[in-house]
Each structure stands twice: as structure tokens, then as C-alpha cells.
Design a protein around this ligand. Sequence first.
Ligand SMILES: [Zn+2]
Ligand SMILES: [Zn+2]
Length: 559
Amino acid sequence: MISNDEIASILERFGGLLRLTGENPFRARAYLHAADTIRHLAEPSVDLAAGDRLREIAGIGEGIASVVAEIAATGSFRALDSLSARYPPSLLDLLALPGVGPKTVIRLYGEFGIADLAGVEAAVSRGVFRDAKGLGQRFEGDLQIGLAAVRARDGRIPIGRALPAARSLQAALRRLLPGRVEIAGGVRRFAETVDRLSVVVEADNVAVTTAAIASMPLVVKVAEQRDDRLRVRLQSGEESDIVLAKPSEFGVVLLRATGPASHIACLGPLPHEAGDETQVYAALGLPWIPPELRSTETDWSDLARITALIGRADLRGDLHCHSTWSDGSAPIAAMESAAAALGYDYLGITDHSRGLGVARGLDVGRLRAQRREIVGLTGGIDVLQGAEVEVHRDGRLDYDDETLASLDIVVASLHSGLRQDRATLTDRLIRTIANPHVDIIAHPSGRLIDRRPGGDIDWPRAFAAAAEHGVALEINSDPSRLDLDAEMAHDALAAGCLLSINCDAHSPESFELIEFGIAVARQAGATVDRVINAWPLEQLRHWLAERGRQPRPDLPGEV
Ligand SMILES: [Zn+2]
Ligand SMILES: [Zn+2]
């Protein structure tokens, strides 16, 4: 049963969004007030609503009482759904930034398409507010401070932000110091989130090195210092451990600082001296174990097991990305040349179908126009016309069969209704998998790390269905998703499923995110034969043909 707390949060979200729009301040206040009341009720509000007693409580009128009943039945309510379709609830997070009120949030969304804190962060780093009327450099500076404060409050740092931050710290330290500087900790292992960054620096003279680090402009504050290690607060808001190591011990110190403790414990007593990690492992009779594998429970003592894993260089293409045809930031040609620059042989352009309102989804007419553009491309690699097709709450796909059959590849996605109950959601996913026109399931669980858990799905059944129908499950490399995660991808492989590791790139730069997906795939134990976009184009085409795809039949209405 849904708790008072959960109901209160849902009402709060609605009240917050209403207040954002400024359309009906009284209604907004009524919902926020009701949320507060329900949060403090002693009895479950679901019971009260069922007994028609909720209306008797002060501040809860008939309207809100029936909304609570609707939430109890469906997990949401219609007015919230339609408001969230216009204004993503993540907009409410922006109000935590100093100097940002409802009007500014609406402007950031309407004018700059910014829907969440990550969007603000990206916009600040691109300097888009600098010349914007009424915003400017001052506004940008305030945002920077605000973002750092929000991050510090939230505690854990997602890998998508931690890795770039660790790399800039590493680069700055390398400019400053003569010796080796290596990233360590959870960041090096591609953990999903970390408490803080960690780097190991090679140092002969501890006092000199420590003083040099403390005086770096990047370091706002030295929070702690003892012997051979510092904890510093960085300008960007994160904390980092900086561990100093003598050259002769660098390998041992780096290994320990990388962790995790379970891996170190498994290794047993370590040698006292070793210049690099390879020497440490060699002394233990082991091959060098790549950091991203150290948190898995697999036995990596056999080098062949490690070399069999998929690597970034094995990928031949990406099969899920967006262009300006829907919500991407670059034209198809720019996405193509970025993929070509990475050495890919093919690229699947999979813009959103029309059902996803906010993303300017394509109808069949625009698909036809898009095909003409794709046919005319001259970038030198093979561009497949696909689509990321919306799976509606009732399980319907957004395109009819004829349209689906005329695409080169179909990626299906559940973006909405992820709070449906286990039976409904599992059935919806399995019916999608069983649809003969679906080739890949994108971000299968729908989770957003630290923001939204994945859907409640019977995974063994879903994996069995995917294996049976030969549908590939995605490892979405976007670090805010990493979906499937390593454990699920491992189970999917064990069930006989194929995988596809994609970036879901919305800009040419985002193809770089593939390193996150590759780390997940390696942790899952994936090998080239099981990852469809590690196959040569010919093999991929053969697979698609076996799934019943003809070489690009006309789209409906084509003359
Ligand atoms: Zn998607
Ligand atoms: Zn997508």
C-alpha cells in the first residue's frame, strides 16, 4: 500500500509544478497544504479515502480526496501526468539554486530547454548565460556556487561527474608535479557513485609536495592532513583524497587506494614494495586485474578470461542516438562524422517517435523526410534509419506495423508508466520484446541513478523472453542511467540474451560516454559475440534480415 509520505510527495510535486506555472496560486497552495497534512496523519490516508473519511479532515476537499483515491489506485493522477508532460518535475530541483525563482525556471526551460540540474550544469560550462539578456556573467557565477552547494549537500557524486572532475584534478596535478599522478578509488573502478575523488601522486618529499598541492588554485581548502595523505575541497565542490606514494611503493599504494576492500582482502598479504600494479599482481602470481573488474566477485586469476572481455576498441557502431530531428543538438551529418571519427563503421539514428511529447517526436511524414536526408549523406559510414519508439502505458507501440517494418532498426523504450505494478509492467515489457518489429530494448529498467529507481519487473521472465525472441537488451552508457547495470547485464547474459552498448547520444560529444557502458559490460562479463554493435556491419545486417527486416522498404505513403 502506498504510504502517506509517498502520497504527500506526489501532491507536493503537483503543487510545486502548479506554483511554477503561476497559473493558479490558490490551487497550488491547497495541494501543498494538503501534502503537509497527509504527511502527518496517523492513519493511512488510503484507508481514509476508501472509507470516504478523508474529506472530513481540515484542508482536504472533495477534489484532493478523489485525487488521493486515484493515486492509491494508479500511483499517480491524471492532472499531474498532464502537467508533468508540459513541465518535467525535475524543474523543481532548480528552485534549490540561489536567485532562481519560478519565473527563471520557466525561462530556462522555455528558452534554453533546461529541465534539470544537470542541464544547468552543462549550460554553465558552455557559457550560454553569459550573453543572455537579463542573466549574464553574474548570474552564471551565482549558479556555479549554487551548484557546488547542492552537490555538497547531496553527498554522493555520480560517476558521470566524478570521472571528469578527477581527470581535471589529475591534469592539474600533472602540470604541478614531476612524478606520476593516477586516479584511484571508486572513480577508477567505474563505481556508479562515489563519496569523494581519490588520486595517488608520486612524491619523494612529502612536505614539499603537500605544500605545493595546498597552494593550487583548484584547491579551496585542505580539510584534513596526516602523514602521507590530504583531503581537500575542490573549487568544483567535490572533495578528494590525495595520497602520496614513494616511487618504490607506488604500485602498492595505488592498488590499496583503488580498492575495494573486498578485493584487497582476497589478494592476501601484499608485497611492501612494487613500482607499479603489474608488479604487485605478478608477485601474487596473478595477471594485472583491470580496476573496473575488481569490484566483481568473479575469479580473474586466468588472464584469458580478462582478455576475452569486450573492450572499447571492439565496438563497430552505435545503435541509439538522437539528432535535431527530435531532441538531439546536432544534425544527422554531425552525428555521423563524430561516429566516423571514433572509427565506427555504422550508426543507427533513432530519433523519438511522436508519442514522447517533449522530444519533438517524428510522425511518418517526418520519417519520410528524414529518410531522404539519410539517403543523401556522404559521411562515409553506414547510417541506419531507426527510431526510438515509445511503448505506451497500455503496451501499444507508437508506430503501426507497416512503419515499424520499413525502418532499418527499431529501438523500443518505456519512458512512462514505470510505476505500474510488477505484473502489468512485466507483461508490457514482454509483449514489447515479443513484437517481431522490435530489435532492441533501450534502458530496460528505466532507472535514473540517485533520482528514480527502475521499474518493478520480473527480470528472469523478461530475460527469458528476450533470449527466446533474440531481442537485444541495451546497456545505456549515459552515466545517469547505466541501464542495464552490471549485475542485470550479467544475469541477462547468463539467460542467453544479446546486448547492445549504446550512448543514447544527444550530441556528437556524447559518443565519448561509451567508456561507461563498456565498463558495465566488462563487469557483466560480456564478450564480443554477445554484443550486436561489436559485430561487423555484414553480421548485423544478417541478424536484422533473419529477424525479418527487408532492406529498407518504402515508408507508408511513399511514392
Ligand atoms: Zn530513451
Ligand atoms: Zn534515446
